[in-house]
Design a binder for this molecule. Sequence first.
Ligand SMILES: [Fe+2]
Ligand SMILES: [Fe+2]
Length: 359
Amino acid sequence: MPKKILVVEDDRASRTMLSKILIKYGHQAAEANNGVQALEKIQKVNPDLIFMDINMPMKDGITTLAEIRQSETFSDIPVIMLTARSDKKTVAKAIELGAVDFLVKPFDTKIVLKKVESFGNAKIEKSWENLKPIQQKMLRLSVASMQNSLKCVEDGKPLPYGEIKETCSYLVESVVEGDVQCLLDAVHDHDNGTFVHSLRVAAILGSFANFKGLGKQDTLEVVTGGMLHDMGKSKIPLTVLNKPGRLTEDEFKIMRKHAEYTMEILRQSPGITPNMVEIGGRHHERMDGTGYPRGLKGEDIGTLGAMAAITDAFEALTAKRPYKNPIPGDESLKIMKSWDGHLDPVLLSQFSDLIHKGL
Ligand SMILES: [Fe+2]
Ligand SMILES: [Fe+2]
């Protein structure tokens, strides 16, 4: 979800460049020329994240950072220092004073977006303190294991299955207790889109499996499949994956490849079962054969693949996206029922009963 980000930088070209990147990817950017202006803007905007230059006139970045850290209201806002490569000593001082990270100029879009994803969610993650301890633990573990998994894919290593399984075992506890809705709400505004979608699909799919009478062990397998079902998205360029508006037909073609990538990644990772591969590889297949990547039809999709397709669509409709408001559950079900021949009607009717009962 869009974040409010303050860019503090005296060099106009750098400031504008960073703001433009942030705005292009759906965030709100406020700007300040120096530390004095920054402290005023923080009061006005209450940003989720601050990017701040070190050397600035009037008040430099280090002094301003120290003042932010001493503030009663704003001390928790993550600050990332903007720096030239040669500034090592000053960066060390900034980290000592509580800067969370630094960003080297000139700015690389991919790195900027990664930093926002890593640090722009501090407020939301803090609000998790209101959840049950086991749910807090699960959410923190799932953020970490999702980031670690994406890193493994980037480095061409197998997925960290042990970590993922541990996260999913905690999630199964919430599923079995019928205590999933609060988790879905707790991650809604988080900025890491793939994490939010994967966790919500895992939780809803797990509830679906549990509702259909699957035991704890089988539910764990389904939840794990749900958590990993879009892993292939890590191979999609961020300009397509994080595009704040609707995709063009060419961009869709690139995006569709994620289902194939997911299967490849899952097949290469030890611990992953064929059922998990089915969930990941078939969640975009459609009963009438119009889906992808294989264009499978009817029973060839398999029960788990068909359940994943229903859950994935429901999550997407009910989710907040930078370009759309969430659609209520009831209305989402109506929309899904109107997609003639796409989703398994028997499973969809069972899913509808689950949603009406409450997750
Ligand atoms: Fe997908
Ligand atoms: Fe998905």
